[in-house]
Design a protein around this ligand. Structure first.
Ligand SMILES: Cc1ncc(COP(=O)(O)O)c(C=O)c1O
Length: 368
């Protein structure tokens, strides 16, 4: 008998391929691997957290999150996304990650299929498995978008369709008509749409459409992590039909109790304070995207321009990916994001221009 027995549900899940790679990279490597803003959290947000600490706001908060923050989130969702939610339809969570987890736990029955883009964000499949579900990847077209008609074929009997626009790892932004079609097809088939909108503010050539505009059986997931460069604060939320909120809250209550109190006050300052910091970060990301995309095209890589998020998804063989990592630039092989894109690498350009320039030098030495 094994001495330390682990549940198969967890044992069979692979540790994220992204983290594994960092362990393999040499010292002095330029890290274009991690999907994390390189900016510091804006000052007024940090000050709000410091004030909350000074005022002793260090205890548990209501399970749903502090009312002021949920009210601010409802105003944000109304003004920016044209979505109508009340504070009792919002749960403040430990990042978008926890929101995705509690939704899957509350909605997915044993064996239920969970649909999402492949290549797609690493967590969807693992969280679906932990909830007893079966991940079912949707392949993407040449622009890295979901084909709504092909997706429709898979909807019968599925439980959840996760949409992620702008998308990780591709940077693709779904257009309004695709999102509308996907939500309508899903809801007609009894499939709940979970719309992961964490990159909504980082769109450069087009605009964002929230899935919740096009159907009622939709849960919106978002976070401060990317918007306000707050990944370490662990602050996100879900907003959706009350029935889902009530059930997801049970999971949240027993695994988390509440999101960090100090982070909630910081987030409140983020959502109610000046938004120029977000625009400044977006403009900076756009300049970096233009630079890196242009240089990669010059080096002969042919792929669609990513309209959002902060990633390039570049076609290259595994051997080249290994050489690039060896040369001191960490990128993530496409196999980390599913089964459909092994001959791609994700490059995150949330890095300084200086790092991007040095990375391009190293890559061009490899490409020759
Ligand atoms: C598409 C997507 N959703 C969710 C997350 C997780 O966000 P958080 O840090 O708020 O948990 C990430 C992080 O990289 C992401 O890329």
């Amino acid at each position: 008998m094994e001495k330390y027995r682990i549940a198969n549900r967890v044992k069979d899940i692979e540790i994220s391929g992204i983290r594994k790679l960092f362990d393999a990279a040499g010292p002095g490597s330029i890290n274009l691997g991690l999907g994390e803003p390189d900016f510091d959290t804006p000052e007024h947000i940090k000050q709000a957290a410091a004030r909350a600490l000074a005022m002793g706001k260090t205890g548990y908060t209501p399970n749903l999150g502090i009312l002021e923050l949920r009210e601010a989130l409802c105003r944000k969702l109304s003004q920016e996304n044209n979505l109508s939610y009340t504070p009792d339809q919002v749960i403040v969570t430990a990042g978008a990650s926890e929101a995705l987890h509690i939704i899957m736990q509350a909605l997915v029955e044993e064996g239920d299929r969970v649909l999402f883009a492949d290549p797609g964000f690493v967590s969807y499949g693992a969280l679906a498995v932990m909830a007893g579900g079966r991940p079912d990847g949707l392949s993407l077209d040449s622009q890295f978008c979901i084909d709504p008609e092909a997706a429709k074929e898979k909807m019968d009997g599925a439980r959840i369709l996760v949409l992620n626009s702008p998308g990780n790892p591709t940077g693709a932004v779904e257009d309004k008509e695709s999102i509308r079609a996907l939500v309508e097809y899903a809801n007609d088939a009894g499939v709940t749409v979970v719309s992961d909108e964490v990159y909504e503010h980082f769109i450069y050539d087009t605009r964002h459409w929230s899935a919740g505009l096009f159907g009622e059986d939709v849960i919106t997931v978002n976070a401060t992590s990317k918007t306000f460069a707050m990944t370490g604060w662990r602050l996100g939320y879900m907003a959706g039909p009350k029935e889902y909120v009530e059930q997801s809250l049970k999971v949240h209550q027993y695994c988390q109790a509440c999101a960090s109190s100090v982070s909630q006050y910081a987030a409140l300052a983020g959502y109610t304070g000046p938004q120029d910091c977000v625009r400044e970060m977006r403009d900076e990301y756009r300049a970096r995207r233009d630079y890196l995309y242009g240089r990669m095209r010059e080096l002969g890589f042919d792929f669609p321009v990513p309209e959002g998020a902060f990633y390039l998804f570049v076609p290259m063989k595994r051997s080249m990916i290994e050489q690039i990592i060896k040369s001191g630039v960490i990128v993530v092989p496409g196999e980390a994001f599913g089964v459909n894109a092994p001959d791609y690498a994700r490059m995150c350009y949330a890095a300084s221009m200086d790092d991007l320039e040095r990375a391009v030098e190293r890559i061009s030495a490899v490409v020759g």
